[in-house]
Ligand binder design. Structure first.
Ligand SMILES: *Cc1c(COP(=O)(O)O)cnc(C)c1O
Length: 495
């Protein structure tokens, strides 16, 4: 039994680097062992089961020992975590992460720079600025572009809409136009900005779930006639459900003609900035006034890593306040770089380091290759599903999602249509839950035109078409069994 270290020995200082090395090596070892042993993305544990483990921990009785704490962590977290690196994790926009970024994560949290001011970050501020410039250049925003890293797409969208609101020239009757497939963070931002409940106007989409330019023109016109000011059009470059990219050139034309701020939410589609074969799908993004990118989605970065970019750096002033203790106005005169002047946050992580090491170790082309591979795979999965009579698939994604549903076949001809529809809904809901409970695969669910659907979001190049085919078999099994159990008096075949 070793003596408990004194409180100070837990501090990371120049006297404790050996303890730091040992603790992190133990932690790394634990994670590596766990990752190499996971044979499914999830154990299927229920919240109730896990809550027992978590609440049994007495937080006022420290273990004092790294290994004991890691043993305990196995029970409360590691054993039952959801593992995005597993090829059958197919649910949300969570990516397996690249090793250079994990290295960055370890370095940035140990050094613990804070991105608000130069005197808390030094080189970190310059590195973040280089990466903002690099991203803006890939987008094509022009020489006056700037931006800042954020905690995620939600914050990026909020900041973009804050700037758009401040540039709108009025606070009265403001409207934001976005498509039905846009992200709900637009609604949240509108609420936080104090806009009314009707502020977000939904523009119709075409059958591929892309914003309809005709629909947009109509809404712009309608708002004008109603005396409303459109403060922003939010186009989505990669909708969360369908991976659809709104027609950016046509939307940019309409925004230009109407004098309206164009924000492009490329939280998902930003990965195409590094693609050698699909960059053209983002054509028109360079005409945006502001852009959201989520590196923690299609750049294979750990959460969190995101940025908001603007065409005209002057608009970032809408997030600027001066505090005497932190960033007095004279610092601007002295040309001391302060990122806090551009950010909604004050203390802020040096998330940019992860992207920096990613670009320095593996390079942007390698990121593009990984993303291209999952986009190809999603397209192959779409083909697989369209040839399978048990399933109905919605639309071919331009990115890496596949939205589909199981359709019970062979139902009696006299079964009323609403009952058949309800049965299909419940079968798909059930299949998703049963799959997660078994831990064999994790898929997402969503609603399309009022009907429950299932969704794959492919971000792992290790997910093979065989994995996808096998998961579809499991879906069909679970859903088919459910349908049979729900309708024991009906005789029909499923699948
Ligand atoms: C994920 C997503 C967001 C929100 O980003 P977070 O990083 O989760 O906050 C916004 N827009 C789109 C299109 C997204 O897919």
């Amino acid at each position: 039994m070793s003596l408990r270290p004194a409180a100070r020995e837990h501090l990371f200082t120049n006297g404790t680097v050996d303890r730091y090395r040992r603790a992190l090596a133990d932690g790394l070892d634990r994670v590596a062992t766990r990752i190499s042993a996971t044979d499914r993305p999830f154990t299927g544990v229920t919240p109730d089961q896990l809550a027992l483990e978590v609440s049994a921990v007495d937080l006022d009785r420290p273990l004092g020992d790294v290994r004991e704490a890691l043993d305990e962590l196995e029970d409360v977290y590691l054993r039952d975590a959801v593992y995005f690196h597993h090829p059958r994790y197919l649910a949300h926009l969570n990516c397996p992460v690249v090793i250079p970024a994990l290295l960055g994560e370890a370095v940035l949290s140990a050094v613990n720079s804070s991105m608000d001011t130069w005197d808390q970050s030094a080189g970190a501020t310059l590195i973040e600025r280089r990466l903002i410039d690099w991203t803006a250049e890939r987008i094509g925003l022009g020489p006056a572009a700037d931006g800042v890293f954020t905690s995620g797409g939600t914050q990026s969208n909020l900041q973009a809409l804050l700037m758009a609101r401040e540039e709108a020239g009025t606070r009265e009757h403001l409207r934001i136009l976005t498509s039905a497939a846009g992200h709900f963070s637009v609604q949240k931002a509108a609420k936080l900005l104090g806009l009314g409940p009707d502020a977000v106007v939904v523009v119709e989409t075409d059958r591929h779930r892309r914003m309809s330019p005709t629909g947009l023109a109509r809404e712009l016109q309608r708002c004008q006639e109603a005396g409303q000011t459109v403060m922003a059009v939010v186009a989505t470059a990669g909708t969360t459900d369908f991976g659809s990219i709104d027609p950016l050139p046509a939307i940019a034309d309409l925004c230009l003609a109407a004098g309206v701020w164009l924000h492009v939410d490329a939280a998902y589609g930003c990965g195409l900035l590094t693609s050698k074969t699909r960059r053209h799908l983002l054509d028109g993004i360079e005409r945006a006034d502001s852009v959201t990118v989520d590196f923690h989605k299609s750049f294979f970065q750990p959460v969190s890593s995101s940025a908001v970019l603007v065409r005209d750096r002057a608009v970032l002033r809408h997030a600027t306040y001066h505090a005497d203790y932190l960033n007095p106005a004279r610092m601007v005169e002295q040309r001391i770089p302060n990122q806090v002047d551009k950010s909604l946050q004050t203390t802020r992580r040096f998330d940019a380091l992860k992207l920096w090491l990613t670009l320095r170790i593996m390079g942007a082309d390698a990121i593009g290759e990984l993303f291209d591979e999952v986009v190809d795979r999603a397209s192959a999965a779409f083909d697989l599903l369209s040839e399978d009579p048990r399933f109905e698939v919605v639309t071919r994604s331009q990115l890496s999602t596949v939205v589909f549903r199981f359709m019970p076949t062979g139902l009696p001809a006299d079964l009323p249509a609403d009952l058949a529809r309800d049965l299909a809904d419940r079968a798909n809901l059930h299949a998703r839950e049963a799959l997660a409970a078994s831990g064999a695969a994790v898929v997402a669910g969503t609603t399309v035109d009022g009907q429950h659907h299932l969704k794959f979001t492919l971000l792992n190049p290790e997910t093979s078409l065989d994995d996808i085919a096998e998961v579809l078999e499991l879906v069909a099994e679970h859903a088919g069994r459910f349908v049979r159990e729900q309708t024991p008096d009906l005789t029909y075949s499923v699948g």
